[in-house]
Design a protein around this ligand. Structure first.
Ligand code: NDP
Length: 275
């Protein structure tokens, strides 16, 4: 991973950028449009949105306005919890597709594993994939037992699992399970929204590599072969978060960051969702 253009090949052969822009909590309209355009200008080629973020229209508009060939930009969206189930997922996807107005969607994810529903939801994603409406399908916030359920009852192995992942929650077993099943892991909240920036290990490494804490943490994700989607609506930070392809962390320093793990979730536990 020496260039922002580098991609990982998912198990169905689709190439997904290692770095993407997250847009959770980016306001629909100008805020999202400016951020997406800035990211694409800097070289990002992946945007992570969701029906639940209420900014799919702005993402689609910004991608179209920037005018890159459609195939160059990788757009992810997600099916929200209240839309799960077979028919309602198909309807929800149709709404997302219309809002994005980009033709196909690159990656469609089940946002959370809603008990009793996610297997049916997965069948709807398989259907959309077979129809060619989405280039890849996956899940989000799935633990090993949820993934095992899909492996046991589904036809297609998810291409991606997007989960909370950062130095305080480095998901050793889940990462290994995903690797052995050719499911690409993708990290949300990779920067802990900045909470970890003042950790002395991180500030020490920032000093050593002459990089910012955010850059050290994002590079750590890449060294672990985890796709990363930091969110920012601030142009300087969007650029800063992309300047992670001109250095490498030594294996010892990766291990040092690994040692910060405390299995600490900043977001909800997927086994206890009530939304
Ligand atoms: P992040 O860890 O990406 O942190 C984002 C926050 O950090 C923002 O407040 C941003 O501020 C700030 N920030 C970004 N870059 C820097 C920097 N270089 N220096 C200082 N501050 C910085 O958290 P998110 O929760 O947003 O996660 C990233 C993405 O993951 C989301 O946007 C979304 O796409 C996805 N996600 C998916 C979930 C799921 O359930 N599947 C759940 C949560 C997130 P500012 O914008 O003001 O610059």
């Amino acid at each position: 991973m020496q260039s922002i253009a580098d991609r990982v090949k998912l198990h169905n052969g689709v190439a997904m950028p290692w770095l993407g822009l997250g847009v959770y909590k980016a306001q629909a309209g100008e805020e999202t449009e400016v951020a997406v355009k800035e990211a694409l200008k800097v070289g990002y080629r992946s945007i992570d949105t969701a029906a639940f973020y209420f900014n799919e229209e702005s993402v689609g508009l910004a991608v179209r306005q920037l005018g890159l060939p459609r195939e160059e930009v990788f757009v992810t969206t997600k099916v929200w919890n209240s839309d799960q189930g077979y028919d309602s997922t198909l309807n929800a996807f149709a709404r997302s597709q219309e809002k994005l107005s980009l033709g196909f969607v690159d990656l469609l994810l089940i946002h959370w594993p809603v008990p009793g529903k996610y297997v049916e939801t997965w069948r709807a994603l398989e259907h959309l994939y077979k129809q060619g409406k989405v280039r890849a399908i996956g899940v989000s916030n799935f633990k090993i037992h949820h993934l095992q359920d899909i492996l046991d009852h589904g036809e297609i192995v998810p291409m991606v699992n997007q989960v909370e992942f950062h130095p305080w929650l480095n998901q050793v077993e889940l990462l290994e399970f995903c690797r052995s099943n050719k499911i690409q892991l993708e990290a949300w909240r990779p920067l802990t929204r900045g909470e970890i920036f003042s950790d002395p290990v991180i500030t020490g490494l920032a000093e050593k590599y002459q990089k910012t804490p955010a850059q050290i943490i994002l590079r750590w994700h890449l060294e672990k072969e985890v796709v990363v989607i930091p969110k920012s609506v601030t142009p300087e930070r969007i650029r800063e978060n992309a300047a992670i392809f001109d250095f490498e962390l030594s294996p010892d320093d990766v291990a040092l960051i690994d040692s910060l793990n405390k299995d600490r979730r900043l977001g909800p536990d997927p086994d206890h969702i009530d939304f």
